[in-house]
Structure formats: structure tokens, C-alpha cells
Design a protein around this ligand. Structure first.
Ligand code: PGA
Length: 252
């Protein structure tokens, strides 16, 4: 089964609007020749969504939101709904990033609602999961990962076309420590088997599973050559057009 690779840049809470637009333009300039072979998605902060998607309109690049609300609309001051993101030009949304889980106490119940909202808005979801260092060291990580994937069990098989997974070990995010290609491949295979057992073998074969956590031009090639690694979710290195393009190139 051929799965087109996907490289996503998560800009987190970085860049002014002007810097974010310039970054999107620079990335497009550097990487446009790769866009036919690789799906490329930028996740700027919410305030930049509309303008960045405007810059990327008529290109093969996609824009996404870093999060969305668990409700459709209403008195939820400060929240941004999936439908709002869609109307601002987003095609993708990140759900369950470890920073959201840890710093903003996002529970499985909340994540299930976010998934539902995103699907209703017809946004593609990059669903993130990953263990902490202590969970890896005490050997509980596989059951933790299963627990984190649990909200996806509720999905109708039809909706899996909206789902991409992103395995992001918390101990590798922003730390400069990457999982080795073998460590990552082990979890990606485990995750694909989980989908096969929980949903179906056909969906497991089709679903893209990205790796995230200190992906850089120097380690991208080895990670992306693993059979079950279908792309990367890149934080720090996506803020530099040259580094991010080099990672995209490594996915060809
Ligand atoms: P990093 O972030 O590449 O800076 O480790 C990855 C992420 O949080 O998505």
C-alpha cells in the first residue's frame, strides 16, 4: 500500500503575523517543487490562519489549525471552532498535541468531542499521542499509548479517511533528543497493528502515521525511510524555511 508522505510544520506560539506570512512564503519558495510528491501542511497560530491560507491558495500546500474547540459554537470566550478554522481556509487541524494534553488538561473525553467537531467541519485531523520519559522508563508506555488512542475507537470506519496519526514521544519534543529510527518504527508498527485490530486491516494499511519530536534535516532521512513512518510533524525546525524544506526533501 502506497501512502503519500505528509510533512507538517507546527509553528506553535511563534511568529508575528508578518513573520508568519514571510515564513509561509519562504517555505513555499524553497519547497514548491516537492509538493506534488509530498503533502505539506503549515500550522500557524490561529490569528494567521486566514492570511497564511491566502498566501498558500493556488499552491499545493495546506494550512491547518493547532487546536479547535470541543463545542460547535456558543459562549466559550477565547475558543476557536473547527468550522471557523475551515471558513478561514484551514484544511487540517491538530488534535491532542501533548502540550494541549499536559498544559491545558485535555482529556480523552474532550478530544473525542474535538474529533467530532473537526469531522463535522470536514477538517483533516492529525491526532497526536506519545508517552513521557517516566512512562517509557517504567515500561508502561504501550498501554499508555493505547489509552491515548482510545478516542479513535468511537469513530465510524468511514471517518478514518480524515485521520492521520502523529506519534510524538514527549521526551523527544523540543529536547533535541530524537527517538531512534528503530524506536520510532517499533511504535509505528504497534500503532498500525492497533488500528488493524481495533478498526480494520484495510484502514490500518491506508492510515498515515507521522513521527514528531526533534525532527531535523540530519535525522529526517533515516526516520522517513522506516516502513511505517509516513511523514513528520515538525516543531522547531519548521520555523526555518531552509531546514523545513530539507526535511520535506528527505521525504521524497
Ligand atoms: P519539535 O516539536 O520538532 O520542536 O520537537 C514537535 C511537535 O511538538 O510537534
Amino acid at each position: 500500500m502506497h501512502r503519500k508522505k505528509l510533512i507538517a510544520g507546527n509553528h506553535k506560539m511563534h511568529t508575528s503575523l508578518q513573520e508568519g506570512l514571510q515564513l509561509a512564503k519562504n517555505i513555499h519558495q524553497e519547497a514548491k517543487t516537492y509538493a506534488e510528491q509530498v503533502d505539506i501542511v503549515l500550522f500557524p497560530p490561529f490569528t494567521h490562519t486566514f492570511a497564511v491560507s491566502g498566501v498558500l491558495k493556488n499552491t499545493a500546500f495546506y494550512t491547518g489549525g493547532q487546536n479547535c474547540a470541543s463545542e460547535a459554537q456558543g459562549a466559550f470566550t477565547g475558543e476557536v471552532s473547527a468550522a471557523m478554522l475551515k471558513s478561514a481556509g484551514a484544511t487540517y487541524v491538530l488534535v491532542g498535541h501533548s502540550e494541549r494534553r499536559a498544559l491545558f488538561a485535555e482529556s480523552n473525553e474532550m478530544l473525542s468531542k474535538k474529533i467530532e467537531q473537526a469531522i463535522q467541519a470536514q477538517l483533516h485531523i492529525i491526532f497526536c499521542y506519545g508517552e513521557t520519559l517516566s512512562q517509557r522508563e517504567d515500561g508502561t508506555y504501550l498501554s499508555i499509548l493505547q489509552e491515548q488512542l482510545a478516542p479513535l475507537k468511537l469513530l465510524s470506519p468511514l471517518h478514518w479517511e480524515y485521520i492521520t496519526l502523529a506519534y510524538e514521544p514527549v521526551w523527544a519534543i523540543g529536547t533535541g533528543k530524537t527517538a531512534s529510527a528503530a524506536q520510532a518504527q517499533e511504535i509505528h508498527l504497534f500503532s498500525r497493528n492497533w488500528i488493524a485490530e481495533t478498526i480494520s486491516a484495510e484502514i490500518a494499511a491506508k492510515t498515515r502515521i507521522l513521527y514528531g519530536g526533534s525532527v531535523k534535516p540530519e535525522n529526517a532521512g533515516e526516520l522517513l525511510s522506516q516502513p511505517d513512518i509516513d511523514g513528520a510533524l515538525v516543531g522547531g525546525a519548521s520555523l526555518d524555511a531552509e531546514s523545513f524544506s530539507a526535511i520535506i526533501k528527505a521525504a521524497l
